[in-house]
Design a binder for this molecule. Structure first.
Ligand code: ATP
Ligand code: MG
Length: 569
């Protein structure tokens, strides 16, 4: 491609609303343009990169016998009513009506459509398993679209769905899919982790996210470098405490006045004790009313763990309104003793000897509280959020690190959630009707490209991992109107094109500085700079974008070495 023909509107300034580097650089490098909030046009350079991501995905999906389909983006409401998601999905689902006033939605995901296809066509276990995937546009009316195409409203996703006769086969495909995802993100040149994720009511180890480590990530990832355990922080397991030591104190429970001391920190400093000697009582609301969760004062309660422990439909921090219905509860002084609510406690609480809690009386706390004697706990479990340096539960000496991550992929065993709701069944070997077992597997195409920029950039611009680069090589003549330079550049260009190396030739009449700036900004891995002085000594300059390393090579011999140079990048 000749630069002069490329529709590449680069910008000096970043858009004012861009918070993260990938958004800034994608706009500046002329890859994307915003049309409306969370809705983007992908320009030629951007599309070249997205197509690379897609191609890598396709190869790996085909490798595990996935078959590509293309499903409609507009889906009839009936299917969503059948799966019971029409109401549940809420405002993220963009609902539309056709001219006959029939209801549709723009697909945020495709479980319903694919289940509908498979239930109509599959009758017998002999037709299973089936693995179908597509690469297609989704729409989700996100509350806060931001970060460019990393959290858009309209975005490209690879979504795959598998259908199985039994659990074992489902897990087999799940494992193959996890390996395929690992291959994909490796080929994309990303530093990522496969992390355990919340599988909600299904439980088990059947949901993993692939998270690219980057400060701009929206998820917290807890991981141990010693043993490799990694989990979304929502779920990261705490090391179980050592069994409680026999009680060393026979302290009585006492009421103490703590006027105005509502926070853990305030109470701790007022009573001159460490925060770990206080037990926090936090109230939550679910479909059955209020529940209380207990954690040590220096710990934080984990909503997802608590929700899974209770097994409720939903769980949220209790609002004032719900609390005010219980006159015995005084905010800041709430404690587990004498309240008529189910109380769930973090397992660390069971090892405490004597501690402080709210006394359910204004301006008052209890001291000398003991678990066995004073508390009525419905369940003890791991319900706190781990922190950096907490001991790893899966190895001897490992410690947690907590870092931000961008979720680029998600694999999930769905079980029979959709097949039961939508009556997608097959006949097993004994001729018995059974619900199909399903898995679903997503990758954000645009988000993956954006995540690659988050991890690979410098103050001059993008540094594309070689497999995602829109062009592998850019040829930059110091002066293309110089006939000698033109002949050489054209020759290098023709030869590289012939070898199948995607090459950009900067044939513009701009100053060298401007051309180098653009080449750096758009992140082409290898620059070939051709100037009259070097050429008169039979040489051209090769510059590696990533390291800024520059070396002279003999012309034209070097052309044969380019494939090897690229392999090293
Ligand atoms: P998130 O928690 O980030 O909203 P999700 O759990 O809703 O993600 P999935 O439904 O599992 O995401 O979708 C599969 C993949 O699609 C995600 O792993 C992500 O890469 C991508 N994706 C999801 N939402 C968006 C979005 N708004 N913009 C771009 N990509 C997205
Ligand atoms: Mg989402």
């Amino acid at each position: 491609m000749h630069f002069s023909k490329l529709f590449l509107p680069t910008l000096k300034e970043s858009p004012a609303d861009a918070e993260v580097i990938s958004h800034k650089l994608m706009v500046r490098a002329g890859m994307i343009r915003q049309v409306a909030s969370g809705i983007y046009s992908i320009l030629p350079l951007g599309l070249r990169v997205l197509r690379k991501v897609e191609q890598i995905i396709r190869e790996e999906m085909n490798q595990i016998d996935g078959q590509e389909v293309f499903l409609p983006s507009i889906q009839p409401a009936e299917l969503w009513i059948e799966s019971k998601r029409w109401d549940f999905y809420g405002k993220e689902l963009l609902r539309i009506k056709d001219r006959h006033n029939r209801e549709f939605c723009y697909g945020p995901t495709h479980e319903e459509v694919i289940t509908d296809i498979v239930r109509k066509e599959v009758k017998s276990y002999r037709q299973l398993p089936i693995l179908l995937y597509q690469i297609q546009t989704k729409f989700r009316d996100e509350v806060r679209p931001r970060f460019g195409i990393m959290r858009g409203r309209e975005f490209m996703m690879k979504d795959a769905y598998s259908f199985h006769a039994d659990e074992e086969d489902t897990q087999y495909t799940y494992k193959k899919m996890a390996q395929a995802y690992t291959n994909i993100f490796k080929k994309c040149g990303l530093d990522f982790k496969q992390v355990q994720a919340d599988s909600g009511t299904i439980g088990g180890n059947f949901s993993h996210e692939f998270a690219v480590l980057a400060d701009s990530g929206e998820d917290d990832i807890g991981f141990c470098e010693s043993c490799g355990y990694a989990s979304n922080l929502e779920l990261a397991e705490s090391k179980p405490p050592a069994p409680p030591a026999p009680l060393a104190t026979s302290e009585d429970i006492k009421e103490v006045e703590t006027p105005g001391q509502k926070s853990v920190e305030a109470v701790a400093s007022f009573l001159n004790i460490p925060t770990r000697q206080i037990v926090k009582t936090i109230l939550f609301e679910n479909e059955n009313g209020l529940v209380a969760g207990l954690v040590r004062g220096d710990h934080e309660i984990n909503l997802v763990k608590l929700k899974n422990l209770i097994g409720c439909e939903w769980l949220e921090p209790a609002e004032e309104k719900a609390i005010s219905k219980h006159p015995e509860l005084h905010c800041g002084y709430i404690g587990p003793i004498g309240i008529d609510l189910p109380v769930y406690a973090d397992c660390e609480i069971s090892t405490l000897q004597s501690f402080v809690t709210g006394a359910n009386k204004p301006s008052t706390h209890f001291t000398g509280v003991q678990v066995e004697r004073d508390l009525k706990i419905k369940k003890f479990s791991d319900i706190r959020t781990v922190k950096t340096n907490d001991p790893c539960p899966h190895c001897e000496d490992g410690r947690y690190q907590v870092k931000r991550g961008i979720e680029v992929g998600h694999i999930f065993i769905l079980g029979t959630k959709y097949s039961s709701a939508m009556k997608a069944v097959y006949l097993d070997q004994e001729g018995k009707e059974k619900a199909l077992i399903m898995g679903c597997y997503g990758i954000g195409v645009g988000r993956t490209a954006a995540a690659a920029i988050e991890q690979n950039h410098d103050d001059r611009g993008i540094i594309w991992p070689i497999n995602l680069a829109p062009f592998k090589v850019v040829i930059i003549p110091v002066n293309y109107s110089n006939e000698d330079l033109k002949v050489v550049c054209d020759n290098i260009y023709d030869q590289l094109q012939k070898t199948g190396i995607e090459t950009l030739l900067d044939n513009r009449s701009d100053r060298l500085g401007a051309k180098l700036k653009d080449a750096d900004l758009i992140g082409i891995p290898l620059q070939i700079i051709v100037g009259a002085k070097n050429l008169s000594a039979g040489q051209v300059e090769l510059k590696i974008r990533k390291t800024n390393e520059s070396r002279l090579h003999p012309y034209p011999k070097f052309i044969n070495d380019i494939p090897n140079v690229l392999k090293e990048l």
